[in-house]
Design a protein around this ligand. Structure first.
Ligand code: DC
Length: 229
């Protein structure tokens, strides 16, 4: 049977992964966090010392690409699963400012993107899906059943990310977070391969002045109306 695919795209820190997780739990869909995949492959290149001082990949990186395996752990009873790099759960190693600063440059690379997109598409054979990222409704699944474009002001996004770091006990200034958000917005929107765009026919969710419950109810109503048809 054809699987239902729901995509969420948007800038860094707009709340799409929080929303995606809640929707996946409610609907019992598989949630795939594609940002985590780009973070995991950045960690691979960092640990294997393939990132040059200017943040670009060295020319040998192509030879190691085949040896990188990125997938997700089996969902637990709460539907949560974590990204794995060559079999190891790397969730804790990828959520820091060092990886956040590297990932934009790595995710510009066409070979890296091709590999990630193939893995992402393969999940549609397994389960109904909620997938979030930057190019999901535009490139990975342009014919998805429902596409959301999640947005919020840059100030609000930086504040939310800063709060997340703080709650995890990570000591970082709001200025550093703002700088990183602006830098990634710029890179994500202007890269040559699969830039961040609002996907055609996507439904806008502007979460600047909405709390998570409001965005959740808004998205869920759309999905339920669609599934009823
Ligand atoms: O969602 P996130 O902040 O964890 O994503 C990390 C980076 O990965 C983001 O700056 C851009 C990149 N990314 C991408 O290029 N394409 C995707 N589908 C998902 C993320």
């Amino acid at each position: 049977m054809k699987k239902t695919i729901i995509t969420l795209d948007g800038h860094s820190g707009c709340g799409k992964s929080t929303l995606a997780k809640l929707l996946a739990k409610e609907l019992n869909f598989l949630y795939i966090d594609t940002g985590a995949m780009y973070r995991a492959i950045s960690l691979f290149f960092l640990e294997s010392k393939q990132i040059l001082k200017n943040g670009k990949l060295n020319s040998d990186f192509k030879n190691t690409l085949d040896s990188v395996n990125i997938d997700f752990s089996k969902p637990n009873e709460n539907g949560e699963s974590w990204v794995r790099l060559n079999g190891e759960i790397v969730e804790d190693k990828i959520r820091n400012i060092e990886i956040s600063n590297l990932v934009s440059e790595i995710s510009k690379n066409a070979l890296v993107r091709n590999k990630m997109v193939l893995i992402q598409q393969s999940y549609s054979a397994i389960s109904n899906l909620i997938m979030d990222g930057r190019d999901i409704g535009s490139v990975v699944f342009p014919d998805a059943d429902i596409k959301f474009w999640v947005t919020a002001s840059a100030e609000k996004r930086a504040y939310r990310r800063w709060l997340e770091y703080k709650q995890k006990g990570k000591n970082i200034s709001i200025q550093q977070v703002t700088q990183n958000i602006n830098f990634r917005d710029e890179n994500d929107q202007n890269r040559k391969v699969s830039p961040l765009i609002k996907p055609i026919n996507s439904i806008i969710i502007d979460s600047t002045d909405m709390n998570i419950e409001q965005t959740f109810n808004f998205a869920l109503t759309h999905i339920q109306n669609y599934l009823k048809k």
